[in-house]
Ligand binder design. Sequence first.
Ligand SMILES: [Mg+2]
Length: 309
Amino acid sequence: MLDEVAWSDMGDVVPALSADQVLTHVDVVTEKPMNVYIWDMDETLILLRSLLNGSYAGAFNGLKDHYECFQIGKRWESIILELCNEHFFFDEMIRYNEPYLNALSEFDDGRDLASFDFEADCFASFYGGVDKRRRVYRLRTIGEKYAKGLEKILDQDMLKVSTDLYDLTDKYTDGWLTSAHKLLEEALGKSPEVPAAANSPSIHCIVTAGALIPCLAKCLLCRLDDVVSSENVYSSLKVGKLQCFKWIKERFDNPNVRFCAIGDGREECPAAQAMKWPFIKIELPPDAPHRFPGLDMPTVQAYMDGKDG
Ligand SMILES: [Mg+2]
């Protein structure tokens, strides 16, 4: 089971880009102007806690059904846990909560894991955490599954359950999920309405206050894996958002790289201020200045250009 802290902020994760879309440090040093967007997960790209505690419905002053709000949240909680437990080694890995998938890559011997028997490697007997290689095998496998996508992980019945829940949530929230995804696509130049040539190369990172593995599950279930690569998802649960922001800056830093943080603000706003990055605050109420649907690329660009007023 998830502990209370891990679960309460479980909504913060990042998805994967295809191989030709993954921008790495090598790309950054080519001097091309580039944008790095650092997204919060919960109550920013997706909704979870505000569905579970009814604050999403509450923001609409009686226009949204509270019971439906709670029920949708409970269904998300259930399907995220199921994906984590069935496919992402969650019961074994929760006590470690690495801050990102590649955190232990120095311990990876590159062994082919296609036929590796995870059931028989005595992982549980290493409680206390000395066998980093067994952990890194699991982290690498999670990243590989993420890159393959939900269709390759779930059976047809579960896939339908997840698609139905996504569609129900998107309808209930007037398109929060699809509009957030569309904005991330536009930023990458993947949208037919905004040609790639009009954009600087861009990359999306997610920094979540929740645990890493549930965040990756949420990215997959919320169809963010085609716009966020698994290695660009960070969990700040143990280290704090500021430390994650510093790692991201070190990874992509270059005079031509611009950063922008977007989230609902409790932790990432002061962290963004400490980094001197523009910060866009996402809020739930339907008349809030920045939310989904609503937030668009011209607004994001204005913040990055320092013209947000
Ligand atoms: Mg949040």
